[in-house]
Structure formats: structure tokens, C-alpha cells
Design a protein around this ligand. Structure first.
Ligand code: SF4
Length: 64
């Protein structure tokens, strides 16, 4: 599956990393990937990532 981040939608709530350490944050708290500077990443199916995407309050994370 492909997970994407939309940084302009992120409100820096810090929730997504509590579900999956695929997600990390810039110094200002805005989401980024832990090991990539890209805005999309292909990952193995992972219930923690799915939960993080579903839980994001501003839909700053998407799955395809
Ligand atoms: S859960 Fe959403 S709004 Fe909160 S830090 Fe993560 S991407 Fe940003």
C-alpha cells in the first residue's frame, strides 16, 4: 500500500507517531516520514499505519 502525507493539512497534533513510527515530525511538529523526505512511501500492509491514517483528525495522511 502507498501512504502519503499532506503536510499543509497537518496541525502537528502528534497522534500519528503514537500508532506507527513510520511517521516522524519536523521541529515545528509537522508530519514527515521517518526515513524519507518524500511525501509518499510504499509500505507493507500494516494495521498500525492504517490506524494512524484513519485517526488523523485533518486527513493529512492518505492510503491507496
Ligand atoms: S495525526 Fe495528522 S494532524 Fe496529527 S501530527 Fe499526524 S499527520 Fe499531523
Amino acid at each position: 500500500m502507498k501512504v502519503s502525507i499532506i503536510p499543509e493539512n497537518c496541525i502537528a497534533c502528534g497522534l500519528c507517531q503514537t500508532y506507527s513510527n513510520v511517521f516522524d515530525y519536523h521541529d515545528n511538529g509537522i508530519v514527515k516520514f521517518t526515513d524519507s523526505k518524500q511525501l509518499s512511501q510504499t509500505v507493507e500492509d500494516d494495521t498500525d499505519i492504517i490506524q494512524a491514517v484513519k485517526s488523523c483528525p485533518t486527513k493529512a495522511l492518505t492510503l491507496r
